[in-house]
Design a protein around this ligand. Structure first.
Ligand SMILES: Nc1nc2c(c(=O)[nH]1)N[C@H]1C(S)=C(S)[C@@H](COP(=O)(O)OP(=O)(O)OC[C@H]3O[C@@H](n4cnc5c(N)ncnc54)[C@H](O)[C@@H]3O)O[C@H]1N2
Ligand code: MOO
Length: 398
């Protein structure tokens, strides 16, 4: 059986980022990867602006004059058109353009006012409480470089730079095919001996969270002709990654490995030294990467977290695909065998760092337990017994 690190390396080997660009509305841009350098097409602010509510003054005047004459008002969106002369001031509000002649703002808390007379309690200096033109950025400045994931602040920055749309890389396209005679869709009548196909929902959520677009390719029964027809349709859909669920093990009805091979998929490996998720296939069909995940719900979610998410990240150009963090065990653990174990666990992050405690039941069919887990505690292959307080690695679950 292949060690997990080697299996991950082999899945990621030679993966090229998707570099086909498309233009999306900015509201759809969050989480996407930029396909070009994004430069400002305006200057922000495009005028010297007040940073406070108060009075726009000529700083030098305040060295000699403490009483100034109020000659108008500058509000955000509606500037004062005149010029501030010697001994004069203008009422001003945060974000409003500085009037010509004025070069500082005195806070309203620091004056006494009687009608058109404004009495300053102290002098001020040039530039005080003024945001100069271009304080944030200037037209032509690089706002977000090519290949960056657009976060909340970056989409706001791109908007501020004057762009209603943004050039992004096409998302990696993942097709998910569920296999098994026993499966029906949620909401459909569940016959005797049938269960609801649940894995596709969890895996689609993981894939979309990692930045992919997902097509649900449906459910295929345990018959070779049916599987072959579905694979044909799947590859015709121009997907970057095909994920199959179930039928990956050694039972008489586990047809996926032979079905994939008959269809022309080159399988690189079919088993990994991990728990859960031992029956795991990886291969290629032309430029499409193929992952054959096991059917047990926890096994499929763990293998998707460990293999599919990094593959999607690499296809978006991320070098760092591993999301392991370090914490301390909350309890003792027995020695591990030759399979790296991913234990569904509770995470408690306090000022002293992360404490991590595996949940009591680790059976790979238990979605109710998985849904309570915050993290996967990683027990390396052949790890000796460990004690509460020992360092350990974990993968935070989204
Ligand atoms: N003799 C052996 N038996 C098994 C081995 C082994 O090494 N020798 N490996 C076991 C391990 S480990 C796993 S994991 C499972 C994986 O088997 P498959 O990938 O072939 O999965 P299935 O048999 O199709 O299904 C297993 C289980 O999961 C349910 N399932 C399947 N698809 C879905 C779905 N889309 N949503 C929800 N649940 C699903 C299915 O009904 C089964 O209960 O094999 C062990 N056996
Ligand atoms: O390795 Mo299987 O994934 O335990 O259930």
């Amino acid at each position: 059986m292949l060690p997990i690190e080697e299996a991950i390396d082999r899945v990621l080997a030679g993966v090229q980022p998707v570099r086909e660009n498309e233009v999306v509305r900015l509201r759809e841009g969050a989480g996407r990867v930029t396909g070009a350098d994004i430069r400002a097409i305006r200057t922000q602010p495009d005028f010297d602006a007040s940073a406070m509510d108060g009075y726009a003054v000529r700083a030098t005047d305040t060295q000699t004059q403490r009483t100034l004459r109020l000659i108008g008002e500058s509000a955000a969106g509606r500037r004062f058109d005149g010029v501030v002369g010697f001994g004069e001031c203008v009422r001003i509000f945060t974000g409003a353009p500085m009037p010509f002649g004025a070069d500082a703002v005195v806070l309203q808390e620091d004056v006494d006012r009687a009608d058109d007379s404004v009495m300053l309690r102290s002098s001020t200096q040039t530039g005080r409480h003024v945001r100069p033109r271009g304080n944030d950025f200037t037209s032509g400045d690089l706002l977000v470089p090519l290949g960056s994931r657009l976060r909340a602040a970056s989409v706001a920055l791109v908007a501020s730079g004057g762009h209603p749309d943004v050039v992004v890389c096409r998302q990696p396209k993942v097709g998910i095919l569920s296999t098994g005679d026993e499966l029906v869709r949620p909401g459909q009548p569940v016959g005797p001996d049938q269960i609801v196909a649940s894995n596709v929902y969890g895996i689609a959520a993981l894939a979309e969270g990692a930045g992919a677009s997902v097509i649900d390719l449906g459910i295929v029964g345990d018959r070779m002709e049916e599987l072959d027809r579905c694979l044909h349709e799947a590859f015709a859909a121009q997907i970057d990654i095909l994920v199959t669920i179930g039928g990956a093990s050694v039972g008489d009805h586990d047809l996926v490995a032979s079905g994939l091979q008959m269809h022309g998929v080159t399988l690189d490996f079919m088993k990994v030294a991990m728990r859960p998720g031992k029956p795991l296939m990886a291969g290629r069909y032309g430029r499409t990467r193929v992952l054959g995940l096991p059917g047990n719900p926890a096994s499929s979610l763990v293998t998707a977290t460990v293999f599919l998410v990094p593959l999607i990240r690499r296809m978006q150009g991320y070098e760092h695909t591993s999301c392991r963090e370090s914490g301390r065990l909350a309890c003792d653990l027995p020695p591990n065998d030759h399979r790296t174990e991913f234990m569904r666990a509770r995470l408690d992050v306090t000022g002293d760092g992360a404490r991590i405690e595996p949940l009591a039941r680790q059976d790979s069919s238990l979605l109710s337990i998985f849904a309570q887990a915050d993290a996967l505690l990683v027990r390396p292959a052949n790890a000796p017994k460990a004690s509460a307080g020992d360092r350990c690695e974990y993968i935070r679950l989204a």
